[in-house]
Design a protein around this ligand. Sequence first.
Ligand code: NAD
Ligand code: TDX
Length: 359
Amino acid sequence: MRLSRRAHPSPWRRAITTILVTGGAGFIGSEFVRYTLANHADYDVVVLDKLTYAGNLDNLRPVSESPRYRFVQGDIGEATTVEPLVDGADAIVNFAAETHVDRSLLDPGSFINTDVYGVHVLLEAVRRTGGKARFLQVSTDEVYGSIEQGSFQESDRLQPRSPYSASKAGGELMAQAYFETYRLHVVSTRGSNTFGPYQYPEKIIPLFVTNALDNLPLPLYGDGLNVRDWLYVGDHCSAIDLVLHEGRAGEAYNVGGGNERTNLYVTETILQLLGKPRSLIKPVADRPGHDRRYSLDCAKVRRLGWQPQRDFLAALRETVDWYAANEWWWRQLKSGEYLDYYKQNYGQRDTAAAESARP
Ligand code: NAD
Ligand code: TDX
């Protein structure tokens, strides 16, 4: 999806010259930086990122030489860092977050700090600099909670069920409050499970691909029949770009790939693509409070003109090939802190209790 500013005049007051991308060294944020530099030849991009365990300057290597790109290391929760950057920007797209549900079960506090308080600091900076910049909060389908049948619409109640999704809902509601109270130009996107290159190998697809490449077990939670709606990272970014330019202030937009699959299907497909045996699947104890199914009604963002471009299987094959070809990128990440986390998260899962749920 490409949009020219001229073909689609912005409903906002101020044209964009500079975009501040917070969390731009992460998985989706770095794709958005690459996407923006490629699709908006007249924009400058400033990335603000704390470089947590999930932030990685290797993700931004492809644009590091661009004269239209600048990197600043810092925390969205620090007003003195944030305010001058916000002052110099026409738009802020906030990807910065703690993002892994399993980690939120182990350490909820860090999620509240970044995903709620950090969003507040960013919004406050927009307000204190005169509300000049538009603000897009990158939210998630997880804010709705789980749904057995049918699909969520934007007007549905938010019923988050994990510390991660509750924090994301808190951040999004804060953004909404700044629209209602201070009339800031705020929009949000609620994206579904995203996959592609450069995703930190704690999330199911890069974890299972990289484990399978090393003939390590793939720890599948519960009965493996939880459903996620898979969205290719480039399609997620084209939707964010469209909502940034064409979305109505104060509104949220669902962004789903339309690819609802069980975890078991995704796992078996990865093994098939790599030519690895099914015996690598290791059923383990379920995630506490594990949401059964996510599903989004995306009519609203489609009315703006968005539709996902990528076929799920073709994009998954390309993604698997990327991890196979880019061991330099992920092998160094699967060490140190990662191994401590892996032991903490997976070591405690009672394999024996999960045997009865073997798919
Ligand atoms: P990620 O974990 O790969 O990247 C997060 C980035 O934020 C990292 O670069 C990290 O260093 C940075 N960051 C964390 N705390 C920070 C702080 N206090 N200040 C500045 N930077 C900080 O995450 P991702 O998967 O790319 O997700 C990006 C956004 O999209 C998040 O807001 C997430 O909630 C949302 N989202 C993700 C998915 C998905 O499936 N991955 C789906 C829907 C929505
Ligand atoms: O080892 C695993 N085994 C397993 O069965 C892991 C890591 C996950 N799973 C299951 C749990 C989920 O049903 O796979 C599914 C996907 O899990 P994650 O990759 O951890 O993603 P999820 O919990 O669905 O959340 C993701 O999508 C929405 C992102 O992490 C969020 O940032 C985003 O908002």
